[in-house]
Ligand binder design. Structure first.
Ligand code: GLP
Length: 254
């Protein structure tokens, strides 16, 4: 695991975009796994700038997003489909049929999950998976205490995740209770993983994920078992891990 600490959110976003751009430049037909949430917003902005500057083309890139809410249409303004359109897809030269998100409005959700997994496999697997981390340690929408061996599946969101996503909906009541998410196993099969963490509210969970025991109680801790993970954290998110690494703190993860 390679941990890089960026000075601030802007530096983190720039470095993250450069890693993604380098992946695409090295392999124009790359398969990218993409994340939503607040954390990667700056990275998407930087990627759009790199594209507009003529430095990177998404023409041959295939993308698979980590997750989507169940029970809302891809056209709903709170959907991750719309997030991706507005933040990236509408501003770059990606071939839209190659930009995939699970369909949370599918009539048969189990079949949708199976087909999503099959599409990832057919595309040759994910070269670079971008991840954020939830305050409860989730990656994608793999909530605490799920199974590490899960492929893409339907999950029930816990209250922390529903609260964190309330900003995408007009009332907290409207926040969906379920989502389709790539499973931990789907994520672990990516060749390279880029985990982004920003802000002090992620410091504790990031320390648990990187330095604590590998446990389904902290889903992101499974990344310790992956052989090719790059962690990019800003100074605020890295506060606790820096202290552990320099011997200034010992954390009781019990
Ligand atoms: C969201 C998404 C995750 C994301 C995480 C952190 O709800 N399902 O893919 O990484 O929670 O979000 P944020 O970056 O907004 O803190």
């Amino acid at each position: 695991m390679q941990v890089t600490i960026a000075e601030n959110y802007q530096a983190l976003s720039k470095q993250a975009a450069e890693i993604v751009a380098a992946q695409i430049i090295n392999k124009p037909t790359s398969v990218l796994g993409l994340a939503t949430g607040v954390t990667p917003l700056g990275m998407y902005e930087e990627l759009v700038s790199l594209h507009k500057a003529g430095l990177v083309s998404f023409k041959e890139v295939t993308t698979f997003n980590l997750d989507e809410f169940v029970g809302i249409s891809p056209l709903h303004p709170g959907s991750y489909h719309q997030y991706m359109r507005h933040r990236l897809f509408d501003h770059v030269d990606i071939n839209i049929p190659q930009a995939h998100l699970p369909n949370g409005a599918a009539p048969n959700l189990k079949q949708e999950c199976r087909e999503y997994e099959a599409k990832i496999r057919k595309a040759g697997g994910i070269d670079l998976q971008v991840l954020g981390i939830g305050r409860n340690g989730h990656i994608g929408f793999n909530e605490p205490h799920g199974k590490f061996e899960a492929f893409t599946n339907v999950v029930t969101l816990d209250s922390a995740s529903r609260e964190a996503n309330a900003r995408f909906f007009s009332t907290p009541h409207e926040v969906p209770r379920q989502a389709i998410t790539m499973g931990i196993r789907t994520i672990m099969q990516a060749r390279t993983i880029l985990l982004l963490a920003s802000g002090f509210e992620k410091a504790q969970v990031l320390a648990k994920a990187l330095e604590g025991p590998v446990t389904p109680a902290v889903p992101a801790s499974v990344l310790q078992l992956h052989s090719n993970v790059v962690v990019l954290a800003d100074e605020a998110a890295a506060q606790i891990i820096s202290k552990i690494n320099t011997g200034q703190a010992a954390i009781d993860f019990g």
